[in-house]
Design a protein around this ligand. Structure first.
Ligand code: MN
Length: 501
């Protein structure tokens, strides 16, 4: 795995000015820029450091700073702010060269006008109000995809919006460096989990490649009994173990086999630097069980996962997990499974055969073993729990032939109306916005998949910015949605994406 920590990642803060007002003014600009960058970087709402770069006053150095941003793997993107007036033709070459996300921060150093003392020196220094308009014109003229945030740099709402943008940039960065290992192909005859892996790599940067399941079987076979002993002990200490899996229990051997699979799988992924993976119950080679607890624990450690060869959802799970690092809430692979169609409160019960991420629950999961009616393997060990309630969203990525589309639905994860006492899999219950019937109608019209990444760490705002950064169509279903308007949106999108690509 390349990195599951935000660690050294940062955002560059680039301030524009010009030489018209003398070196003293540029010096003050630099001082103000450093204070703003430091305040934003230190904000709890912003997940990474913000590094102030030298004040830019000339086309050559502007181009150079943007090329350097491209070349620095720790640079997530660039925040640009025009403190004075910075004639924007100087920025053409640099902005054309920039391949990282751009945030145009429209702020000014002072919050309030010094009404009684304001003079022409003050006016010349503090010109963001029109300096940023010059910059905005050029961004639009160049057709740049970017975010624009307006607000005083000490305003918590400004911090929040910069933080949301930074998290979207983390998502883009994660996709660009993501390596996914597939064990087996997509489930036979399933349509929506297929897709163009070349297009995915062009847009997102994700590298998706297949490895023979025999290599995984070999990795599992090399795990030592001593290592299995240690991991089984960790299971015993961490989960509510059903009697048959406890030491001396009749299924203890299955638990040991599950631990062996986890160690082999984890070792394979770590050795190859993989951040995400898929498997297929149709292609397990001589693995004893479909990986259950192994997949669940790997997801909890930050790996992306998709069942039945679903590499697109696996990528999305990994990207969302990276974006949500450090936030309350969690992200998991999910599937819309079955409905509660009570007209007074319709709900969706989401689950999968086994593979739901335990980070969704603050409670201690139960570790259980039950038969799986498909795949023809031994009974798989799995963690069983109920997802914690909270606002969130589900999102899925589809290939619609000439492009990819991200479909997102705002949801509220709720407590199940009654305990699901005999359900042998982890699960989440949610109410989609605006209501189940409208949400599902819109989802079906948009062609949304049955597998999703469910997250209670992120909001639609994060996903919207991510989609724009990556250059992928986004269809959002929320409180405002109606099937009629959505049909129009899909028609317009089809025309626009055909024209604009
Ligand atoms: Mn599935």
């Amino acid at each position: 795995m390349t990195s599951h920590s935000l660690g050294s990642l940062k955002i560059w803060f680039v301030t524009g000015s010009q030489h018209l007002y003398g070196p003293e003014a540029v010096g003050q600009v630099a001082e103000h820029a450093a204070r703003i960058a430091a305040e934003l970087g230190a904000s709890l709402a912003v997940p990474v450091d913000i590094e102030v770069r030298p004040v830019q006053t000339e086309a050559d150095s502007i181009r150079r700073v943007m090329l350097d941003a491209n070349g620095d793997d720790t640079c997530l993107g660039v925040i640009a702010w025009m403190h004075t007036f910075s004639p924007a033709k100087m920025w053409i070459a640099g902005l054309n060269a920039l391949q990282k996300p751009l945030l145009h921060l429209h702020t000014q150093f002072h919050r309030d006008l010094p009404w009684a003392t304001i003079d022409m020196d003050f006016m010349n220094l503090n010109q963001s109000a029109h300096g940023d308009r010059e910059f905005g014109y050029l961004e639009t003229r160049l057709g740049l995809r970017r975010s624009t945030v307006v607000g005083h740099w000490q305003d918590p709402e400004t911090h929040r919006r910069v933080g949301v943008w930074a998290r979207a940039a983390i998502g883009r960065h994660t996709g660009a460096h993501l390596k996914l290992a597939r064990f087996g192909d997509n489930m036979r005859d399933v349509a929506v989990t297929e897709g163009d892996k070349v297009e995915a790599q062009i847009r997102w940067g994700v590298s998706v490649n297949t490895y023979p399941v025999n290599e995984l079987v070999d990795a599992v076979g090399e795990v030592t009994d001593a290592d299995v002993d240690v991991l089984v002990g960790e299971y015993d200490d961490t989960y509510g173990m059903v009697p048959e899996l406890r030491a001396g229990g009749e299924k203890r051997g299955s638990l040991r086999e599950a631990a062996r699979i986890e160690l082999g799988l984890r070792g394979f992924l770590e050795a190859g630097g993989f951040d995400a993976f898929t498997d297929s119950f149709e292609d397990l080679g001589t693995l004893a069980q479909l990986p259950g607890i192994a997949v669940q624990r790997l997801m909890a450690d930050g790996f992306g996962f998709g069942g039945e060869g679903d590499w697109k959802t696996a990528c999305l799970v990994r990207v969302f997990k990276a974006m949500g690092e450090g936030l309350p809430g969690a992200t998991s692979f999910m599937e819309d499974y079955t409905y509660h169609l009570d007209p007074f409160g319709p709900l969706i019960l989401g689950a999968h055969m086994l593979e739901v991420c335990p980070s969704l629950s603050g409670a201690v999961p139960r570790c259980e073993i039950h038969p799986l009616s498909i795949g023809g393997k031994a009974d798989p060990v799995r963690l069983v729990f109920t997802a914690d309630p909270g606002p969130g969203l589900v999102a899925g990525l589809i290939d619609i032939g000439d492009r990819m589309r991200l479909v997102a639905n705002v949801i509220d994860v709720v407590e199940p109306l009654e305990p699901l006492e005999v359900l042998p899999v982890a699960h989440a219950t949610w109410a989609p916005a605006p209501n189940l019937a409208t949400a599902a109608e819109c989802w079906l019209l948009a062609g949304g998949p049955h597998h999703t990444a469910l997250t209670t760490a992120l909001t639609v705002e994060h996903v919207e910015i991510l989609a724009e950064m990556v250059g992928v169509e986004l269809v959002t279903i929320d409180a405002e949605s109606s099937p009629r308007r959505l049909k129009q949106e899909l028609l317009w999108n089809r025309a626009a994406w055909t024209l604009l690509g």
